[in-house]
Design a protein around this ligand. Structure first.
Ligand SMILES: NC(=O)c1ccc[n+]([C@@H]2O[C@H](COP(=O)([O-])OP(=O)(O)OC[C@H]3O[C@@H](n4cnc5c(N)ncnc54)[C@H](OP(=O)(O)O)[C@@H]3O)[C@@H](O)[C@H]2O)c1
Length: 279
């Protein structure tokens, strides 16, 4: 199954996230692809991701006959403030140069001539979009126009910021990636803007940010009815409400279980129960 953004680019319905894997990144990305994942998320941000090791895994996969074109690769531009002191670009350069250097270094790390999706890791401030955000976005629009990325997007974005971006950008985002809290109706406000604008909403920390939901008796009853695990119920719920879930599992068994969630079918009542569980 795939999701499609307004520019008609298809995105696989589940994504494997490579944050916090350190040296295990190379082996885990290969395992994820062998398990069936075709979409990989990373970032050019050494403090949390090993983008170059994702690239190493891709080279190893290529040797096994898995071609780059069969995979969906997403990476991010992280500003100096989020880099923990080790920037993959000249931190004293102007922002347009920083983004260009970061993007070029991502292509080198990933041994590719294009990425499928390029994401601004976070706006520069929590409210509104600043001149800095617009400068970065304009550079990203340039990568999109030149075909070096098939989609552009934004992460850790508030509803007001996303609305502003959709209204004023020359190229609207095709992708949003946010942490998804049940207390916010699973990021309902942002998801609604995405739906109205043909943006693919990617949700992360579905399990780790919502521990109370995992323990909820209603979710356990649904899992029992389906003969499925709790994680599978949450991931399938996410897909059925139009979301693209990310998983960062390090377990081969969980990789397979997470992908198998797509075979499940929650009823409309079950979906509504989970969607409103913390409201
Ligand atoms: N844009 C951003 O700022 C941002 C921030 C955070 C994350 N992300 C992206 O999102 C990705 C995923 O991060 P995340 O926070 O959602 O996940 P995560 O922190 O990597 O954690 C997934 C957790 O769920 C568990 N899990 C997964 N499948 C399971 C299953 N079937 N049964 C039981 N437990 C299961 C994993 O445990 P096991 O390892 O034992 O399976 C792990 O503890 C990251 O790798 C990154 O790519 C982006």
């Amino acid at each position: 199954m795939t999701l499609t953004a307004y520019n008609q680019v298809p995105v696989p319905s589940f994504m494997y996230g490579t944050a916090w894997k350190k040296e295990a990144t190379t082996q885990l990305v290969q395992l994820a692809v062998a398990s069936g994942f075709t979409a990989i998320d990373t970032a050019n941000q050494l403090i949390h991701y090993q983008e170059a090791l994702v690239g190493e895994a891709l080279q190893a996969l290529e040797k096994k006959g898995i071609k780059r074109e069969t995979l969906f690769l997403q990476t991010k531009f992280t500003s100096v403030g989020g880099q923990g002191g080790r920037t993959p670009y000249d931190p004293s350069a102007d922002l347009t140069t920083q983004v260009r250097q970061s993007f070029d270094s991502s292509l080198q790390h990933l041994h590719t001539e294009y990425v499928d999706s390029y994401v601004l890791h976070a706006p520069f401030s929590r409210r509104g979009l600043s001149e800095a955000d617009w400068e970065v976005w304009a550079a990203m629009e340039g990568f999109y126009r030149s075909g070096k990325t098939k989609m552009i997007g934004i992460s850790n974005v508030a509803a007001g910021q996303l609305a502003e971006l959709c209204e004023q950008a020359n190229v609207k985002p095709m992708v949003v990636q946010n942490r998804c809290f049940t207390a916010l109706g699973w990021d309902q406000e942002v998801r609604e803007i995405c739906q109205a604008n043909g943006i693919v909403y990617q949700g992360f920390s579905l399990l780790t940010a919502n521990r109370e939901v995992l323990a909820d008796p209603a979710v356990h009853m649904i899992a029992q009815r389906l003969g499925a695990g709790i994680a599978q119920v949450i991931f399938r719920f996410a897909q059925q409400i139009g979301m693209l879930p990310l998983t960062g599992t390090t377990s081969e068994r969980h990789m397979k279980e997470d992908l198998q969630a797509e075979q499940l079918s929650l009823s409309a009542e079950e979906i509504q129960r989970i969607e409103t569980i913390a409201l």
